[in-house]
Design a protein around this ligand. Structure first.
Ligand code: MRU
Length: 333
């Protein structure tokens, strides 16, 4: 299967630049955007040209190479870290780059490339682990986009599905459209149709009745931040899917690398939840949708408590059951 990698360093460490596919323009327009400064990378993370927890971490790692060439490298790193608040991969990558800033761009680029490569390898490993739980003929629901575009390449949740297909299983994917930014309708649908994976788009409010009708067998999503107890922040709406899965007796799986875990937090309530512009709810690309004068609310993520998660697939194996003991046992293995 041909897999897109959403960010790419082009050129040498001292004069090269970071390129990213513009995820805000997909699927109608496929264009690549160049970032020449760390400030530009921070702006492209903020406006979601690049998005998805691992992908923004990798973009920030390459952004640090640009920062290392600038007069105030630390300011560049701080701007990258301030671009979005929920996905911990961003802070993880920035802190991995910080000690290397003074060693110069060559050393920084080496490290950024290593972070990028290991993310793809980790996705393949967690994919193989998760695919063991999917059976031939299953209908799997996913929410938001946790495919190649959201990572260094291959994907976390979609990596599990790709791996199952590579094992010869027939899988059909129900794709939640994922209001308000439509990452499901725009990005997951684009990736799955390009990869020729059988899939069907649904509105976010359709999954309950599909579950009741026996047309969904399992759910798998990515994650933006997971606490040491397994509470998991992911795209708004994920919690609802997990509640529905529990009610209908269906497995709800999460796939995420070690870099998505924030072991400094215990309770998911402590995870900072990004609030984005209300225009994302009231408007679409074509213009105003909602009645004039209405106020709107736009939290970008929600938290699914560990008790609703059947297993978390990582590059180090499956966390099952999702308990603090098992999180530390698997991550330390
Ligand atoms: O706001 P986004 O598009 O960056 O949110 C992305 C998600 O919620 C993904 O599910 C998550 O980052 C996992 S990506 C492998």
């Amino acid at each position: 299967m041909e897999m897109i990698e959403p960010v790419e360093w082009r050129g040498t460490a001292t004069s090269g630049t970071l390129w990213m596919i513009d995820q805000a323009a997909l699927p109608q327009t496929e264009r690549w955007i160049e970032c020449r400064t760390s400030t530009e990378v921070a702006a492209r993370i903020r406006d979601m040209t690049v998005r998805g927890a691992p992908a923004i971490g990798i973009a920030a790692a390459y952004g640090s190479v640009l920062a290392s060439r600038e007069p105030k490298p630390t300011d560049g790193l701080d701007a990258l870290a301030a671009s979005r608040p929920t996905a911990v991969n961003l802070f993880w990558a920035v802190e991995a780059m910080r000690p290397l800033l003074s060693s110069g761009p060559e050393r920084c680029l080496e490290q950024a490339r290593a972070i990028h490569r290991s993310d793809v390898e980790n996705n393949r490993r967690m994919g193989a682990t998760g695919a063991e739980r999917l059976r031939d003929g299953m209908n799997v629901l996913t929410h938001c986009n946790a495919g190649p575009l959201a990572t260094g390449g291959y994907g976390t949740a979609l990596g599990v599905i790709f791996a199952a297909i590579e094992q010869g299983k027939r899988i059909h994917v129900w794709v939640d459209e994922t209001r308000p930014r439509l990452q499901g309708a725009r990005l997951t649908a684009w990736e799955l149709t390009r990869a020729k994976v059988p899939c069907t788009l649904i509105c976010d409010n359709m999954s309950a009745s599909l579950m009741r009708a026996g047309r969904i067998d399992a759910c798998v999503t990515g994650a933006d931040r997971i606490t040491r107890t397994g509470d998991t922040a992911n795209k708004i709406g994920t919690y609802g899917v997990a509640v529905l899965a529990k009610h209908h007796g269906l497995p709800f799986y999460v796939a995420a690398p070690r870099s998505t875990f924030d072991l400094s937090l215990s309770d998911g309530a402590a995870i900072p939840i990004e609030e984005r512009a209300t225009s994302e709810v009231t408007d679409d690309r074509a213009g105003r949708l909602a009645a004039e004068g209405i106020t709107a609310y736009n939290p970008s993520f929600d938290v699914t408590p560990a008790a609703l998660i059947s297993a978390i697939f990582t590059e180090r194996g499956a966390i099952d059951p999702v308990t603090a003991e098992r999180v530390s046992a698997v991550l330390e293995s």
